[in-house]
Design a protein around this ligand. Structure first.
Ligand code: GTP
Ligand code: SPV
Ligand code: MN
Length: 593
């Protein structure tokens, strides 16, 4: 046994008695052990070794065709009562769910090895950090967790004789979608996942722990777990200000976190540093400001659309020690390809499902070589713009919180909330077109408060309340200012009106200027809008008319949205904080004036 922690030993005994693996292997975090596992996964076909000259340390993995994204309809929050889980989560009574799943797990690891992965979310030993142990029968999961989290003996040491941990159990079983379950038991700090082998469903440190369980812990302990990137923006004087941004899945967090400024701003000395690309844990520091850490150690990023032009830094990060999932293989040189990497699909390709095809003809006929939710798992330290504060156990102080989503209409390019309470309302009324990151229809607008709809581990109404409480604990001059952005506004032909990507820097500069009181704004029905002259469009090919439209509020469209907001909030009944209802009334009143 690797540990004397009695809680670990008892739990492991119970889980292995249920799943009945042939053997149990502790993951110690050593490169030698991981290398053995890579070799084993390649021998069984679970992974493919890629061209080691062009992509050293890189591997390829293909999931089952029915197992390519998170499954929100099979994800449950099992609190003692249904009310605690709230109306936007699936719920089942804990006893009932445990009983149901025990039957599925029974003997599920016969003939397989159970790997025990001790891992830390956050730098090992940081006061912000929390420990989990994941039991899994998947080498793919072990190798991904080794990139995405801090793993191994050092974590067991930090856990000590008596430390508490989040109990995570994953069994691939037979990847049957009918019996797939991703289940959180927040009161027990327990996560059970079965019948999947796709990232978000099985890398249990990520969405299951760092958001669902952690949001519940945060509510109880007075901190926040959010679906947010963290970036540092350095000005020509060398000062760095930090921004957190919450966008729904596949709506641009990784891209914004690694942004490269337009040439003329780069020349002036502006730089962006990445602290995190998906998850933030936020606490109020001794000085009364809000501090964020990134609990992860790697990036599980969307591959399609990632190119030298759109996200050079992410692409660089994937050039060594990376696992690619469900992208296409270029068989000429055993490298990878995906839509948007370049305009040159490989002729001699294997598409994501495993069929050999002529990539040029295949894509010309309208097929996709890579799955739209294909991903790379890359170590954060590979990123050329990784922040020097990435490992800072205290986190970084946050100046601005930015909400955003994919809205073809409605939301302007950027606006600022009047104060924290209004900002919480802005976050609570977020909506976005669905993406391939979750199973189901793509492109349908749905409400996704704070980009947490699929990730909140308790009643969403109480979550709004927690946000409001956090605001009350900070002085107005110390609390981050809150903004909303939309990079995805479309014209009548369906073209994006804003260039996006690196040019989003122009909006970030306005945001920071607002935080520092350096620039004015126009008060509108929905909040503060930039004056057109204050968005720097130097060297940008955008007409005044388009920019004007991007910064205009269409009252009729907004009134339609208010009607939808009302309907959405109604489901929370009396549990909805009065402040949210009050802000809704203010917005409606402003629009009807
Ligand atoms: P998750 O990992 O699912 O949480 O996603 P994410 O929020 O990190 O999204 P990501 O940055 O990977 O972007 C998803 C998709 O949006 C990619 O295909 C990007 O190319 C595209 N995208 C990102 N930023 C922009 C932008 O500013 N404009 C446009 N038009 N597309 C963008
Ligand atoms: C997301 O869907 O928001 C992701 C990918 O970041 S997953 O880990 O699959 O949830
Ligand atoms: Mn995400």
């Amino acid at each position: 046994m690797k540990t004397t922690n009695k809680k670990v030993i008892a739990w492991l005994d119970e889980m292995s008695a249920m799943t009945k693996p042939d053997s149990i292997v502790w993951i110690d975090g050593s490169e030698a052990q991981l290398e053995e596992l890579r070799a084993e996964a390649c021998a069984t076909g679970e992974m493919i070794k890629l061209n080691q000259e062009k992509l050293p340390g890189c591997y390829y993995h293909r999931t089952a065709e029915n197992d390519v994204a998170r499954v929100e309809d099979r994800t449950f929050i099992c609190t003692p009562t249904k009310e605690e889980a709230g109306p936007v989560n699936n719920w089942m009574a804990p006893d009932e769910m445990y009983a149901k799943l025990k039957k599925l797990y029974d003997g599920s690891m016969v003939g397989r090895t159970m790997y025990v992965i001790p891992y830390s979310m956050g730098p090992v030993g940081s006061p912000f950090s929390k420990i989990g142990i994941e039991l899994t029968d998947s080498i793919y999961v072990v190798l991904n967790m080794a990139i995405m989290t801090r793993i191994g003996d050092k974590v067991l040491e930090a856990l000590g004789e008596d430390g508490d941990f989040v109990k995570c159990l994953h069994a691939k079983k037979d990847v049957n979608p009918e019996e797939r379950y991703i289940v959180q038991f927040p009161q027990d700090s327990t996560i059970w996942s079965i019948n999947s082998a796709y990232g978000g469903n099985v890398l249990l440190g990520k969405k299951c722990f760092a958001l669902r369980i952690a949001s519940y812990l945060g509510m109880q302990e007075g901190w926040m777990a959010e679906h947010m990137l963290i970036l540092g923006l350095e000005n020509p004087q060398g000062e760095v200000k930090y921004i957190c941004a919450a966008f729904p899945s596949a709506c641009g967090k990784t891209n914004l976190a690694m942004l490269i400024p337009p040439e003329y701003l780069k020349e002036k000395g502006y730089k962006v540093w990445t602290v995190g690309d998906d998850i933030s844990w936020l606490r109020i520091g001794a000085d009364g400001r809000l501090y964020a850490i990134n609990p992860e150690a790697g990036f599980f990023g969307v591959a399609p659309g990632t190119s030298e032009k759109t996200n050079f830094n992410a692409l660089e990060a994937t050039k060594k020690n990376t696992i690619f999932t469900n992208v296409a293989i270029n068989n000429d040189d055993n490298t990878v390809w995906w839509e948007g990497l370049d305009k040159n699909p490989p002729e001699n390709a294997t598409e994501w499902k495993g069929a050999k095809v002529n990539g040029k003809e295949y894509t010309a006929a309208g097929n996709k070589l890579a799955h739209p939710n294909s991903r790379f798992t890359a170590p954060a330290i590979n990123c050329p713009c990784i922040s020097s504060e990435f490992e800072n156990p205290q986190g970084v102080p946050i100046s601005a919180i930015v909400f955003g989503g994919r809205r073809a209409k409605t939301a302007p390019l950027v606006y600022q909330a009047r104060d924290w309470e209004h900002g919480v309302f802005v976050g609570a009324t977020m909506a976005s077109e669905t993406t391939a990151a979750a199973a189901g229809a793509v492109g349908v607008v749905r409400r996704d408060p704070m980009a947490m709809k699929p990730f909140v581990g308790y009643n969403m109404a109480d979550y709004f309340g927690h946000w409001l409480e956090m605001g009350k604990k900070m002085d107005a001059d110390k609390a981050p200012k809150i903004f909303h952005v939309n990079w995805f506004r479309q014209d009548d032909e369906g073209n994006f009106m804003w260039p996006g990507f690196g040019d989003n820097m122009r909006v970030l500069l306005w945001i920071l200027d607002r935080c520092e009181g350096k620039v004015g704004a126009t008060e509108s029905e929905i909040g503060y809008l930039p004056d057109m002259a204050d968005i720097d469009v130097t060297n940008l090919d955008i007409s005044e008319d388009v920019l004007k439209e991007l910064l205009t509020v269409d009252k009729n469209v907004w009134l339609e949205d208010v009607a939808d907001q009302k309907e959405y909030f109604a489901q929370f009944g009396d549990r909805l904080p009065a402040e949210i209802a009050k802000q809704l009334g203010i917005l409606e009143g402003n629009l009807k004036k």
